[in-house]
Structure formats: C-alpha cells, structure tokens
Design a protein around this ligand. Structure first.
Ligand code: ZN
Length: 240
C-alpha cells in the first residue's frame, strides 16, 4: 500500500526536530507516511550508531510511521554512490509517495544541504522510466522543504498544536542526543537544554505567524492550492 508522504533527511532525528508534528497531523487524517534517514548518524559526538538506530525506531513508532529505513550515504559527507542513488529512486518507486519532505538545500550543515539537493534530484529521476530499478517509474507531486539549521521564511505553515505532545515524545526518544540531567556523555550544542527550548520556540514562532500555539513552516517551489481562502486565514487578528 503506497504512502502519502515520504520524509527523507540526512540524520536520524532531523525529521523529528522539523516536521514530525505535520506527519502526526496527517496520520490523524488517515494519511500514511514513511521516514528515510540517508545516514546512520555515526559521526554524532554522543551515543553510537547502534543506540541511535534503536532510538530512531522508537521515535518512528511514537509518530506512527509505516516504516523507517536507514541508508548509509555517510555521515559527514552525504554523497551517495550511483548504487545508493538508485536505492533511493527504487524506494520512492516502491512506496509511491504523493509528497516528499526533505531539508531545504541551503543550510549551515552541509549534510542537510546536500540531502535537500540530492533528494530533490532523485525524486525527479524516479519518474524517468528509462532509469531501470526493481519498480516502475513514479514521480511524487511535489517536494517540500523544512528548515534545519537556518530558518527560512516559510511558504506555508501547518498548525501542529495538537501534535506537540507526540512530537516532544518522539524527540525525547533520542535520549543519547538531547538534554538529560543524568547523562555523563560529553556536552554538545544539541545536548544542552537551550537547544530543545530553541526548537520549541521555533514551533511557537511558526505558530504565531498563523495565529495558533505551534506550527511547522515549509518552503515549496510552487504554492499549495487552497480551496477556501477565507478558511485559510481563519482566526487571524484583523490587520495583524
Ligand atoms: Zn541533522
């Protein structure tokens, strides 16, 4: 059974920190989604790739993903071989997503930027039938982008207020990476309390833009189609 959405990112936990609330909201509407991590996150200062793998599996379960697949494009270089590129093309064809979500191809972390460019290209190539893999050609309707390190002006924002508890739980499933009073591992930017506070503040900022408590912002090369423009601005302060 095809998924509606495929979220593809460089590192295990990128999806949780950026677009997990949107995935949870889609699930509540009966949409199906899968997660693909292009790397095992083996360069992370804390934890090991085995620990991160377990944490990623748990997070996917919390979010309600149909599956999570981890590829090996190399943490700290994200440059797939042709075989690995074909693996992603085949995965897109196998799962037939209508929408692909990935990181915006302009970011502080080169892995995020490369993942964004690569996924954009491979999503297009998946529709070329003369590139042969195990499954017939399939091209998703659109690729949309979340911000990771740098924050971009969003083209649209999803209200994720009702999904925030689940999103927080999925983020905290990565206990080796993020703030924990009891951890004896070296401190990193990610492991300090202010990091998760900042992630939450970003969701508040995006939410504020559309007049709700929490939101997730996305960029898209084409604007989303709206049926009801009035409803799209419902709850906004007049003139604000
Ligand atoms: Zn990352």
């Amino acid at each position: 059974m095809p998924v509606d959405v495929l979220a593809i990112a460089a590192h295990p936990d990128d999806v949780e920190l950026t677009c997990a609330g949107t995935l949870v909201r889609l699930k509540a509407r009966g949409r199906r989604f899968g997660i693909v991590d292009l790397t095992r996150g083996e360069l992370g200062t804390r934890g090991t790739d085995a620990i991160r793998h377990k944490e990623a599996e748990r997070a996917a379960e919390i979010l309600g993903a149909e599956f999570r697949e981890t590829l090996d494009f190399g943490d700290g270089r994200v440059s797939g071989t042709r075989d690995q590129e074909l693996q992603v093309i085949d995965l897109i064809r196998r799962e037939k997503p209508r929408l692909v979500v990935t990181s915006y191809p302009e970011d502080r972390h080169p892995d995020h930027a490369r993942a964004g460019r690569l996924v954009t290209d491979l999503t297009f190539y998946a529709g070329l039938r003369k590139i042969e893999t195990g499954h017939p050609a399939h091209r998703p309707q659109q690729t949309i982008y979340f911000s990771t390190g740098y924050v971009h002006e969003p083209d649209f924002v999803v209200d994720v207020t009702s999904a925030m508890e689940t999103r927080r739980a999925a983020i905290l499933a990565f206990s080796s990476q993020f703030h924990s009073e009891s951890s004896t591992e070296p401190q990193t930017v990610l492991s300090q309390k202010f990091f998760l506070d900042g992630i939450e503040a970003r969701a508040r900022h995006f939410g504020f833009l559309i007049g709700v408590e929490f939101g997730e912002g996305f960029r898209s090369k084409r604007p989303p189609k709206l049926d009801d423009v009035v409803a799209a601005f419902e709850g906004f302060e007049p003139g604000f």
